[in-house]
Design a protein around this ligand. Structure first.
Ligand SMILES: *Cc1c(COP(=O)(O)O)cnc(C)c1O
Length: 392
């Protein structure tokens, strides 16, 4: 589709009712073996294995529908689906690293990415170095002739540092490195990696794309054919593929992504504004708030903000924190985010840094604003603060 907005792409991409009996949604193909009618067809299939229906693991029309929608939405060449966000990160990093390479990863990266780097890349002979997420063009000083990947995540996990993506990408490109970003927080709606010099955009589709906390899914979208081929080959080597029903849920989630994101954005901002007025809250870590250090960069490069942010509260005894968290009626406590439900989670950013230090002595709480009424959510938080005070 040409000259349509992302809202429209979300509704129409990856489906073709005219070639599906008029049925609006594509079918779900459950498949391992694909039969070839002739020897010629078999040999042709082998030659064209990376982008045809060849074997279940290599992709079915269900896979291709999701990948096509994801790539169109992000404005990339093509996508590769994976069974989770973490597998998407792992194959993207694996595709562009070999023994002897040096890789630069932002210090605010999602912790399991750090674990993959430490426990898989490093033992295979890749030197992993972390950099200050706010380094900007200063990344030049860290780039080496063997730097093969510069990995970004913006805003960063837990603490939401906004990176100067164009400056980092430009320096990395000059040094010949592949630039990849974990773009899960913003979704392709609120940040466009390929407009800012990124080569590979990674999403935990588990979060907002699926959007209903009922499937694990990942997707890697690539700027051009060469990049895509490298990622697709890595996925093929590892035998990675999403499950058909989960891919369908990903595709279905995309249809409503734009309206859901507008609501997540609005509610998160309403919660953040209210929280900023609370005496218990010492800081609100939300890129779209003018008092946030990375706000100017966010404003320059992003077109919206999602439902996930953090607050810092004064340290309280564990039993007071438990009194707040255990009694929440609407906010659930648990990992992941991006579904319709609101979540609250105590986190410890200081424990997962190596290039920088998180020195704020307060307790960090990460919140996800779901699709409940923001007024009801505020009442739930208010009651939580009152339980906390009563337990002091
Ligand atoms: C959740 C998350 C992932 C991993 O996604 P899974 O689908 O849970 O494997 C990767 N990056 C970020 C930023 C995440 O929040």
């Amino acid at each position: 589709m040409k000259d349509v907005t992302q809202d429209t792409i979300l509704v129409h991409a990856g489906r073709d009712p005219r070639n599906n009996h008029g049925i609006i949604n594509p079918p779900v193909y459950h498949c391992s073996t694909v039969l070839f009618p002739t020897l010629d067809a078999l040999e042709e299939g082998d030659r064209n294995m990376l982008s045809s229906v060849h074997y279940g693991r290599m992709g079915t029309p269900t896979t291709f529908a999701f990948e096509e929608a994801a790539a169109e939405l992000e404005g990339g060449y093509k996508s590769v689906n994976t069974g989770s966000g973490l597998t998407a990160i792992a194959i993207a990093l694996s595709a562009f690293t070999k023994a002897g390479d040096h890789v630069l990863i932002t210090d605010s990266v999602y912790s399991p990415t750090r674990r993959f780097a430490r426990e898989t890349l490093a033992p295979y002979g890749v030197e992993v170095e972390y950099y200050d997420p706010c380094i900007g063009a200063g990344i030049s000083a860290l780039l080496r002739p063997n730097t093969s990947v510069v990995f970004l995540e913006s805003p960063g996990s837990l603490t939401f540092e906004v990176q100067d993506v164009p400056a980092i990408a430009a320096a990395a490109k000059k040094a010949g490195a592949t630039v990849m970003i974990d773009n899960t927080w913003a979704t392709p709606l609120f940040f466009r990696p390929f407009d800012h010099g990124v080569d590979v955009s990674i999403h935990a589709a588990t979060k907002y794309m699926v959007g209903h906390a009922d499937a694990m899914l990942g997707v890697v979208t690539c700027r051009d054919e060469a990049t895509w081929t490298a990622v697709k080959k890595a996925a093929t080597r590892f035998g990675i593929c999403g499950g058909p029903d989960d891919l369908y849920l990903g595709l279905r989630g995309l249809r409503t992504l734009a309206v859901r994101m507008r609501q997540h954005q609005e509610s998160a901002l309403a919660l953040a504004d209210w929280l900023a007025t609370r005496p218990e809250v010492t800081r609100v870590l939300h890129p779209a708030r003018p008092d946030f250090p990375g706000h100017a960069l966010w404003k320059r490069d992003f077109t919206g903000s999602s439902g996930l942010f953090s607050i810092v509260i004064d340290q309280v005894p564990r039993k007071a924190l438990a009194a707040m968290l255990d009694g929440m009626e609407l906010f659930g406590m648990g990992y992941s985010w991006g579904g319709f439900e609101s979540l609250i989670l105590p986190t410890r950013p200081a424990a997962v840094r190596s290039a920088t230090r998180w020195t704020d002595p307060g307790q960090v709480l990460r919140l996800h604003a779901g699709l409940e009424s923001a007024d009801d959510l505020i009442r739930d938080l208010d009651a939580g603060f009152r339980r906390m005070a009563a337990a002091l």
